[in-house]
Design a protein around this ligand. Structure first.
Ligand SMILES: Cc1cc2nc3c(=O)[nH]c(=O)nc-3n(C[C@H](O)[C@H](O)[C@H](O)COP(=O)(O)OP(=O)(O)OC[C@H]3O[C@@H](n4cnc5c(N)ncnc54)[C@H](O)[C@@H]3O)c2cc1C
Length: 316
C-alpha cells in the first residue's frame, strides 16, 4: 500500500512536470505567434539585409540563439523550434550562429520572398566589368570582421592586376570608407599602390552611425598596418579612433563627403565622378559601398551630433 502511494505520488509529480512543461511550450509558441503577427503588421518581419536562417530539421530548441542575441526579439521559439520574429532588426552580429550547439543557423542575405541580387564577382573579387572589384557587405558578406578581411584580400588581388605603365592618377580608387574600404585602403598603401578613397558621408561606414553606447561585437581580425587585432566586444569610439590613427599614421588619402555618382570606362582606366563635380582617374576601382544605402537625412541643425533631440513641432 505504502509503495503504491509512493509510485502514485511520483507518477503524479511527473505528470505535473510534463503538464507544466507542455503549457510553458504552448505559451511560448502563442507569445511568438502574437509577436510575429505584430512584426508583420509593423513591416519588420522580413529581413532587409543579413539574417539568421534557421534549419527547422536541425534545430533542437536549446534556446541558445534567443539568449545569445544582443538585439531584442529577432528570434523566438514557436512549436518547439527557433523562428524569426523581428528579422529586419537583425544587424548581423552572428551571435546566434556561434551560440547554436548543433549548427542549425547560417547567416544569409535574401529570402524566398525577398530575393536579393548579389553582384557577380570572381574569386579575385572582380566584377563582370574588368577592373571593377567589390568587397564587404555589398558582395553579401556582412559583419565588420568579414568586411575587413575581404577588403584586405580584394586589395591583394587588385595589386596583381595593376599594369605598370597605366596613365591614371591613381592605381586604385576605393569607394566607401566602411570596414571593407578602410581595410582595402590600408592594404593597398602597404603594397605601395597609389590609392585614394572617396566616402559620401564620414569615415567608418555603418559603424559611424552606430549609437554611441552600442557594444560592437566582433572577433579577432588581421587589420592591415596594425597586425592581429584581438577584439571581441568593443565600442564605436574605440574602433573609429583606431582606424583614424592608422589612416593618419600611414597618410592614407580618404576624402569624406564625396559621393560617387558615375564611373566611366576610359581605355584601360576609369573616370570616377562625384556629385560635387570632381573627377578622378584610376586604373582600378573597388566598390566597398555596403548595402545600407544612403540614409535619408532630415536636414536639421545639429543632426550630426552624437545625441539629438528634435522638437517635431518645428518641422514642416
Ligand atoms: C545598427 C547596426 C549594428 C551593427 N553591429 C555590428 C556589430 O556589432 N558587429 C559586426 O560585426 N557588425 C555589425 N553590424 C554590421 C556591420 O556594420 C556591417 O556588416 C559592416 O559595416 C559592413 O562594412 P562595409 O564596409 O561593407 O559597408 P559599410 O560599413 O556600410 O560602409 C559602406 C560605406 O560606403 C559609403 N558609400 C555608399 N555609397 C557611396 C557612394 N556612392 N559614394 C561614396 N561613398 C559611398 C557609405 O556612406 C558607407 O560609409 C551592424 C550593422 C548595423 C546597421
Amino acid at each position: 500500500m505504502e509503495e503504491m502511494i509512493i509510485y502514485g505520488s511520483v507518477g503524479l509529480l511527473c505528470f505535473a512536470i510534463i503538464l507544466f512543461y507542455l503549457r510553458k511550450l504552448k505559451k511560448e509558441s502563442l507569445d511568438s505567434e502574437h509577436k510575429i503577427e505584430r512584426a508583420i503588421e509593423d513591416g519588420i518581419h522580413e529581413p532587409v539585409s543579413l539574417y539568421p536562417y534557421i534549419d527547422p530539421n536541425s534545430c533542437i530548441r536549446s534556446g541558445a540563439c534567443v539568449m545569445a542575441c544582443p538585439e531584442e526579439e529577432i528570434i523566438g521559439i514557436r512549436n518547439g523550434r527557433a523562428t524569426l520574429i523581428n528579422a529586419s532588426r537583425c544587424i548581423g552580429h552572428g551571435a546566434c550562429f556561434h551560440a547554436c550547439p548543433v549548427e542549425a543557423i547560417s547567416l544569409r542575405i535574401g529570402t524566398e520572398k525577398r530575393g536579393v541580387d548579389l553582384p557577380h564577382v570572381n574569386y579575385n573579387f572582380e566584377s563582370n566589368v574588368h577592373g571593377i572589384f567589390i568587397a564587404g557587405e555589398l558582395g553579401g558578406m556582412g559583419l565588420i570582421k568579414n568586411s575587413v578581411e575581404q577588403g584586405r584580400q580584394a586589395a591583394d588581388s587588385i595589386f596583381k592586376t595593376i599594369e605598370k605603365n597605366h596613365n591614371a592618377d591613381y592605381d586604385l580608387l576605393v569607394i566607401g570608407a566602411g570596414p571593407a574600404g578602410i581595410s582595402a585602403s590600408l592594404e593597398a598603401n602597404k603594397l605601395g599602390m597609389k590609392v585614394i578613397t572617396l566616402e559620401q558621408d564620414s569615415l567608418g561606414g555603418t559603424v559611424s552611425n552606430f549609437p554611441r553606447a552600442k557594444i560592437v561585437m566582433t572577433a579577432p581580425m588581421e587589420l592591415p598596418g596594425y597586425g592581429k587585432l584581438k577584439l571581441f566586444n568593443t565600442s564605436k569610439t574605440e574602433l573609429l579612433a583606431l582606424w583614424t590613427d592608422l589612416i593618419s599614421k600611414y597618410n592614407i588619402k580618404i576624402l569624406e563627403h564625396k559621393k560617387v555618382e558615375h564611373i566611366k570606362k576610359e581605355n584601360s582606366n576609369f573616370k570616377v565622378e562625384t556629385s560635387s563635380g570632381d573627377s578622378y582617374s584610376a586604373h582600378r576601382v573597388l566598390l566597398a559601398i555596403g548595402r545600407r544605402g544612403t540614409p535619408r537625412k532630415l536636414n536639421v541643425e545639429g543632426e550630426r551630433l552624437e545625441k539629438l533631440l528634435i522638437n517635431c513641432s518645428n518641422l514642416n
